[in-house]
Design a protein around this ligand. Structure first.
Ligand code: DGL
Length: 265
């Protein structure tokens, strides 16, 4: 007998995790996805670990009430501070994410990689372990980019403001000879075009979205029944619904799915 398609829950501090939703939708076009962006509490990047954990638990409980069977923490900052507690608490698969330090360390030719991420992600013990385990012998230069999150939440993905913020973030990394740039926050892939335009020639820009999508797909049973199930995407926010609608047209243009947008009660 075929297995019914599972509802997949995805959460982030705001709209950044939509970069991960996009990858999941690309790999599993007929998936049923339930997304919550915690825009009322965004950014998580400068928040205390306890507060981040509390928010993630609140949203996870909400998604479980909606019947999701897999949770994707589409946020590096939230993963660092909440994935352990979530896995210990909930008996369903919890997929987290971490900056793509491992692939970057394998790709660098200069021996220097630049990691763009939030303060919360970079300050965690988990990040230091990641570097120690996977970037041995590689110089890892970190760069918090709080302005990137603000730009994406405002829907500013290109133009002079985005270019200036990207330039300020990339300059010290490029000067240190980095040739691989890690987008270590799920908001940042929405600024990928602005980043790619400004990295030194021959550099690479990597993020973890596609790997997370593969991990989610691997959790589904081989005989998952996607027949007669049109793609379904539910997107909710704790923030402003009008702003979310505006952002969706910029962040997910031409999304091929039945999409409902709502304000979290
Ligand atoms: N999108 C989030 C991440 O991947 C956090 C951005 C923020 O709220 O500071 O880290």
């Amino acid at each position: 007998m075929k297995a019914p398609r599972p509802k997949i829950g995805i959460l982030d501090s705001g709209v950044g995790g939509l970069s991960v939703l996009k990858e999941i939708q690309h790999l599993l076009p007929q998936a049923e996805l339930h997304y919550v962006g915690d825009s009322a509490w965004c950014p998580y990047g400068n928040k205390a670990p306890d507060l981040i954990l509390e928010r993630v638990i609140t949203i996870t409980d909400y998604l479980l009430d909606r019947g999701v069977e897999i949770i994707v923490i589409a946020c590096n900052s939230a993963t660092i501070h909440a994935v352990g507690a979530l896995r210990a608490t909930y008996p369903i698969p919890i997929v987290g994410m971490e900056p793509a330090v491992k692939p970057a360390a394998a790709l660098t030719k200069t021996g220097v990689i630049g990691v763009l991420a939030t303060e919360a992600s970079l300050a965690g013990e988990k990040f230091h372990r990641l570097v120690n385990q996977h970037a041995n012998g590689v110089r890892v230069i970190t760069q918090p980019c709080p302005r990137f999150v603000e730009l994406v939440e405002e829907g500013i993905l290109c133009g002079p403001e985005a270019d200036a913020a990207v330039k300020a973030a990339l300059t010290p990394l490029a000067e240190a000879d980095a040739d691989v740039f890690v987008l270590g926050c799920t908001h940042y892939p929405f600024l990928r075009a602005a980043v790619e335009k400004q990295v030194p020639q021959g550099s690479q820009v990597v993020d973890t979205g596609p790997a997370v999508a593969k991990r989610v797909a691997s959790l589904l049973s081989d005989d998952t029944d996607f027949s007669n199930t049109p793609p379904e995407i539910h997107i909710e926010t704790t923030g402003d619904l009008q702003q979310l609608n505006l952002l969706l047209s910029k962040l997910l243009p031409g999304l091929d799915a039945t999409t409902s947008v709502a304000k979290l009660p």
